[in-house]
Design a binder for this molecule. Structure first.
Ligand SMILES: Cc1cc2nc3c(=O)[nH]c(=O)nc-3n(C[C@H](O)[C@H](O)[C@H](O)COP(=O)(O)O)c2cc1C
Length: 130
């Protein structure tokens, strides 16, 4: 199982509606590809964490690199693991509130404590940026 976390910059004209469409299509596609993970969007940047079979993640990354809805993809974590940390969600959109404290609460509730500690730090760091 491959785990990958990246951040990217959304194209300036992207809306919440666009993100909802991305998440809807991703949930459908990821269920078929047996990819699970989460997506965070703070209005300007994305953080996505994905887990799946190596070739499925490689294929997804190729599609992501070619997607004009975002750019500046920075891979921050890319490892092979024994088993999934996110067994249920094909792609969960974690909505971020405006207040940083509320964001921290949301992340605390959403992220399993079994998740790799480096990944947890990346997600908390992203969500804590005002
Ligand atoms: C921030 C972001 C996250 C995305 N996450 C996924 C995902 O988890 N799974 C997926 O299949 N496509 C995801 N996509 C969409 C892909 O980039 C791509 O458009 C989609 O997989 C369809 O690719 P295709 O038209 O080449 O078949 C995401 C796009 C963006 C901008």
């Amino acid at each position: 199982m491959r785990q990958l976390l990246y951040t990217s910059t959304a194209t300036p004209d992207i809306t919440e509606r666009d993100v909802r469409l991305i998440v809807g299509a991703s949930q459908y596609r990821n269920a078929i590809e047996e990819i699970t993970g989460i997506l965070l969007f703070d209005g300007q940047r994305f953080l996505q964490f994905v887990e799946g079979a190596g070739p499925a993640i490689t294929a997804l990354m190729h599609r992501l690199y070619g997607d004009p809805r975002h750019g500046d993809i920075v891979v921050r974590h890319d490892v092979m693991v024994e088993r999934r940390t996110f067994p249920i969600w094909s792609m969960r959109w974690v909505h971020l509130a405006d207040r940083v404290e509320a964001r921290r609460e949301t992340i605390g509730r959403t992220i399993p404590t079994t998740l790799d500690s480096k990944v947890q730090r990346e997600v908390h760091g992203f969500a804590s940026l005002g």
